[in-house]
Structures are given as C-alpha cells and as structure tokens.
Write a protein that binds this ligand. Structure first.
Ligand SMILES: [Zn+2]
Length: 170
C-alpha cells in the first residue's frame, strides 16, 4: 500500500514519535508499505511520521532499488557517534521542491532494532550518514530546515504559506 506523504505544516512532523514495543507482522507490513511509499515518492529515506504514523520507524535505501542489500529498516534508532563533517544539498519528501545546503557528520554510527527486535549497530558514511541523521531527526520531530539559517528557513516557510493559501500545498 502506498501512503501519501505528509507535508510540512502537519504537526505530526514536529512531534517526537513513540517507541516501538511490538515486533510483529503488522510492523513488518508497515515497513514494506513504507518502502513502497518511499520509492513511489522517489526518496532514499522515509520516517513513519511522514506517512502520519508517529512511531520510531525509518526505512532507507541509498541505492534506490539498485541493491537489495542496501535496504535498511531502523526501529527505535539512536545516533551513538558522529565523526567528521560533510556539506551538501539536502531535501525532504515532506518539504518538496526545497533543497538547501546542510552540514552534517560524515561518519555516523547508529544503534537500532531490526524487525525482530534485535539490537544492532551500524556505521555509515557520506549519503548513508546523512540519511541516518535526517531520518533520526524526523523521529525526534525535527526537520532538515532546523539546520539552516533562520533567514533561509523563514524564506522557505513564507513560500510554503503562499502555496498553502493557493491550495498547492496539501
Ligand atoms: Zn525528510
């Protein structure tokens, strides 16, 4: 099932999501639907609040379907280590059409649970590190525009307000 992507302005995106405690079939189905929704929206990462579900679940595929082994399900992820710096363009399916340069850690280690509830740690670099940080931020109710200057952020918010008024931001 493909879920519509929730856009900026919806409070679910700025609300910390709830910890997942049940590792069942329903969770597995939800992550499958999240991959499907993410691919349909041409994204490489998706957090559950972006489909209106306030639970600590994220899916990532930085290969975008090229490599099945690149598909990652992160349940209750936490950032445990960040090293180095990278600066590059970043966007978000919930803030479509707006991309900004965001400086992030370049090597990031997460601790998360898999679909069975088993804990694991994983280190990613470059785009994967950026995805770890971006998606974990989502689960804490934080959007990438919180990492840019207030001036740029307000400019984006102003443009979105206009789009909302025109009925072009649903
Ligand atoms: Zn995002």
């Amino acid at each position: 099932m493909i879920y519509p992507i929730v856009k900026f302005g919806n409070r679910v995106l700025e609300t910390p999501a709830a910890t997942v405690t049940a590792f069942d079939k329903e969770l597995e189905k939800l992550t499958e639907d999240m991959f499907e929704s993410m691919y349909a929206a041409h994204g490489v990462g998706l957090a559950a609040p972006q489909i209106g579900i306030s639970r600590r679940i994220a899916v990532i595929d930085t290969s975008f379907k090229e490599d099945d082994g690149a598909k990652l399900v992160l349940i209750n992820p936490e950032i445990i280590k960040t090293e180095g710096k990278q600066s590059g363009g970043e966007g978000c399916l919930s803030i479509p059409e707006f991309r900004e340069r965001v400086t992030r850690g370049n090597k990031v280690t997460i601790r998360a649970q898999d679909l069975k509830g088993k804990h694991f740690e994983m280190t990613g670099e470059a785009l994967l590190a950026r995805a770890f940080l971006h998606e974990t931020d989502h689960l804490n109710g934080k959007l990438f525009i919180s990492h840019i200057s207030a001036l740029k952020r307000n400019l984006i918010k102003g443009k979105i307000k206009k789009l909302q008024k025109a009925g072009e931001w649903m």
